[in-house]
Write a protein of this length. Structure first.
Length: 80
């Protein structure tokens, strides 16, 4: 759940802003802002940044489809 917190908060803020704009009689602005907030929520979601595989899973996947395995260390300046 902790990984989804920022996404949920961004979507909730978008809904609140859109409802506020709709209450003020600005449906186009509210809809546009809702789309912007939902796009940001999608970009911040864990779906955009999937978890890494461990070595055994990577070897099984490589054996199945022939893709190369790339090992990297977070923060390594040579791995960027």
């Amino acid at each position: 759940m902790r990984r989804w917190t920022l996404t949920i908060l961004m979507a909730a803020c978008g809904v609140l802003v859109a409802v506020s704009q709709l209450a003020d009689g600005l449906p186009v602005v509210g809809g546009a802002e809702l789309l912007i907030f939902l796009a940001l929520a999608l970009l911040l979601s864990p779906r955009a940044f999937p978890r890494s595989l461990d070595a055994a899973e990577a070897q099984r996947a490589s054996a199945a489809d022939g893709r190369a395995i790339v090992h990297w260390r977070p923060g390594c300046r040579y791995c960027l």
